[in-house]
Write a protein that binds this ligand. Structure first.
Ligand code: GLC
Length: 746
């Protein structure tokens, strides 16, 4: 090479480490001890990073978008999987693979393209949470993680667990509701399922990214202890139960500093207090600096094309050279990433891109989750289940003749069989609007072969009413599409569906409303409707799941993971902060409710919701007896018997709430535990719920401990947060102090 070429290469090497030449690297060691599987992930990572040049370390901390980025006209690096979320080049010299990243928590997503990957979609995260069944969550995660692997990905950007502080949040459908114990536990099991496929997964969006309006700029203010007992507790529990390889920090600011360069969130809480050994990746477009971000705990810039600058590219190289970021910190960044690769089996189990997916098997997993996640909100005069001998059924609205709705944005999974309703607005981000080709009507007809099933698209309420008037039963499918980067403007169903429902109810007293919504919605017509099902976004096999619940082939057992308010006026912020038309506007969101989210807020304010947290009906009934509590091995046990007092098999979700009779909490009660119990008619089962001790305490930010006050606590066993079927006992607890991870202090 001529001198000026070498100079050019050296200059490029400085500016863009990727261009460093092999001549700079020491010869690869005779053998690669880091590939020795008998060694711990810590040891393997230490050995591998020790063998790296600085350029090779820098390579890991600089992530690319796996798709062309139109605003900058960039194309993804060679090796990225087409229309994928992310790519990080590996290190062939050391035998370390590329990191191939896909979204998200509902299945293998594809960035918008005319030729998307067709994969199996789980129902929404709210549906999985509504099952209250951790094994179901695990199975769903295991399924989508296997499709990620078989599609050639070894990183899955899942684990969304932001709490539902606002039912209008445009990403509620990706998350698990309002309660930190339920959400953290369910998402933790889902992520564990994903990672069982030798795929690194994430927990996201860390932290307090609880609305989409102004998500890139708004600044969250909240009492730190309150954050620790709400949003942060959900993430802490999810990380403990999943051991996720990575955490994705979020777009917003917290306490005035962007989450992805926030020393308190990343270094103090996540890495020091919680002992997180994985790596922090930014969200795509959430990196805002080099030195501050690196020193405050960010380990990897993601989708660098979305950022104003390649902060963790040449600039980081310079910062290390000049000592603004220590060599040790760069080693730590690379070590965390490579350690996760060893720990999750990414290095020892290389992915292939031609895996054969069993879509029938995976569709059945999605259906099982959807069926268990459907919540029977109302069922007066036992309108449901429908008899298969019903003569005429009117199926109205919601494109129920061809499919079921899904939510928009980066989590969008494109269905096998293609979009059942193409061309709906918005066609561009966070669109397109995608309906999965699982037709409720077709499955209804299959379960009632002798019935006359008549479809009306619901666009003309008067015509729909006439159709309903001719039927024995009218099924109105009401939809609410929401998508990332946007919040619902209100809780009202869009597109005049309230009028449609009113009109149909007026024409036929046996009207059932099936909701396919991104979260809680208002129901001004609910008094006139004898039966309401919340099916959420029901996923790949959602039409079949809905039909099977309607006809009783499945006895519904879903329970709400979030409160359904009567109206926005009952919320801490009746009007959402920020202006959707000014996404770059900086504004503050003050979570004055602190940890009192959802039912805790309603209890604190003495408000009555439309449907309470934990609510869900069944086609059978259950009773509770023998409630008792006992402190054993430092844990509070709550024991009771559940009996199926009806005449069909079913599953119940007995919930244990705890209220301090002496101490003062953010709200009168907290969910302290639950179980999911399957019972034949007349069958009883003994249940033993072990209470997560942190739920009994108040977090003290100064001492970083959970303090359980001495005194009496009321334990309420009920079917929902409103105390349905409630029985209670009181227990006397000694004072105790837990460390920041909830462990009894010696
Ligand atoms: C998106 C989302 C994040 C996703 C990432 C990659 O903007 O906030 O959840 O994983 O970018 O698509």
């Amino acid at each position: 090479m001529r001198l000026n070429q070498l100079t050019l290469v050296a200059a490029l090497a400085a500016a863009f480490p990727l261009f460093a030449t092999a001549a700079d690297a020491p010869a690869a060691p005779a053998q690669k001890p880091w590939l020795d599987r008998s060694l711990s992930a810590d040891k393997r990572a230490e050995l591998a990073v020790k063998a790296m040049t600085r350029e090779e370390k820098l390579r890991w901390v600089f992530g690319y978008f796996g798709t062309s980025f139109a605003p900058k006209g960039t194309t993804p690096p060679k090796g990225a999987i087409p229309f994928s979320a992310g790519f990080v080049p590996g290190n062939p010299r050391l035998g370390l693979p590329d990191l191939l990243e896909t979204d998200a928590g509902l299945g293998v997503a594809t960035q918008a393209t005319p030729t998307p990957r067709e994969r199996t979609a789980l129902p929404s995260g709210l549906a999985t949470a509504s099952t209250w069944d951790t094994q179901m969550a695990y199975a769903g995660g295991a399924m989508i993680g296997s499709e990620a692997r078989l599609s050639g990905f070894n990183v899955m950007l899942a684990g969304g667990v932001n709490l539902m502080r606002d039912p209008r949040n445009g990403r509620n459908f990706e998350y698990a509701g309002e309660d930190p114990l339920l959400a953290g536990t369910m998402v933790g099991h889902a992520v564990k399922g994903i990672e069982s496929n030798h795929v690194i997964s994430t927990v996201k969006h860390y932290a307090l990214n609880d609305q989409e309006t102004g998500r890139n700029e708004h600044d969250v203010r909240i009492d730190k202890a309150a954050a620790r007992m709400s949003d942060l507790l959900a993430m802490q529990l999810a990380l403990e139960q999943s051991d996720a390889g990575s955490v994705m920090c979020s777009y917003n600011r917290v306490f005035g500093t962007y989450a992805c360069e926030n020393d308190y969130l990343l270094n103090e809480v996540l890495k020091k207090d919680w002992g997180f050994k994985g790596y922090v990746m930014s969200d795509w477009g959430a990196t805002h600096s080099t030195v501050q971000a690196a020193n405050n705990g960010l380990d990897r810039q993601s989708g660098q094309e979305f950022d104003k600058s390649p902060y963790f590219g040449g600039a980081l190289d310079e910062a290390v050279k000049n000592g603004y970021v220590s060599e040790a910190r760069l080693d730590d960044m690379a070590t965390r990433i490579v350690r996760a690769m060893f720990a999750k089996g990414v290095v020892d189990n290389p992915v292939a891109q031609d895996g054969k997916i069993d879509f029938a098997k995976d569709g059945a997993v999605s259906r099982a989750t959807a069926e268990e996640g459907i919540v029977l909100l109302k069922n007066d005069n036992k309108v449901l289940p429908l008899s298969k001998d019903v003569k005429t059924i009117a199926v109205i609205g919601g494109h129920a003749d061809v499919g079921v709705l899904s939510g928009g944005g980066s989590s969008q999974v494109y269905p096998v069989g293609g979009n059942a309703v193409p061309g709906l607005e918005p066609k561009v981000w966070p669109g397109p609007v995608v309906y999965y080709p699982s037709s409720p009507l077709r499955h209804i007809q299959a379960l009632a072969p002798n019935a006359k099933v008549v479809y009306d698209d619901g666009t003309d309420p008067a015509r729909a009413a006439r159709v309903a008037a001719q039927a024995d039963v009218a099924l109105v499918f009401a939809t609410q599409w929401i998508g990332e980067a946007n919040d619902a403007t209100s809780l009202a169903l869009p597109d005049n569906q309230d009028t449609l429902i009113d009109n149909v109810a007026g024409a036929n007293p046996r009207t059932v409303v099936v909701l396919e919504t991104g979260g809680p919605v208002a129901m001004p017509w609910v008094a006139k409707i004898p039966a309401v099902l919340e099916a959420w976004y029901p996923g790949t096999s959602g039409g079949e799941a809905i039909a099977r619940v309607l006809f009783g082939a499945v006895n519904p057992s879903g329970h709400l993971p979030a409160t359904f308010p009567v109206s926005e006026q009952q919320l801490p912020r009746p009007t959402l902060d920020g202006d959707p038309k000014q996404p770059e506007q900086r504004f503050t969101v003050d979570y004055k409710e602190g940890a009192a989210i959802g039912y805790k807020w309603f209890d604190q304010k003495g408000l009555t919701p439309l449907f309470p947290f934990g609510h869900g009906l069944s086609y059978t009934t259950f009773s509770y007896s023998g409630l008792a509590s006992q402190v054993k091995d430092g844990r509070l046990h709550v024991r009771f018997k559940v009996t199926n007092t009806g005449n069909v098999a079913g599953k119940d979700v007995p919930q244990v709430y705890v209220s301090p009779l002496a101490a003062k909490w953010e709200a009168p009660k907290r969910l302290a535990g639950w179980d999911k119990v399957a019972l034949q008619p007349g069958e009883s089962k003994e249940v033993d719920v072990v209470v997560e001790p942190r739920i009994l305490g108040l977090f003290d930010e100064k001492s970083k401990t959970w303090r359980i006050a001495k005194g009496k606590y009321k334990l309420v066993l009920a079917e929902d947060a409103a105390g349905k079927n409630a029985t209670s006992v009181t227990v006397d607890l000694p004072a105790s102090t837990l460390d920041v991870r909830g462990r009894q202090r010696k």
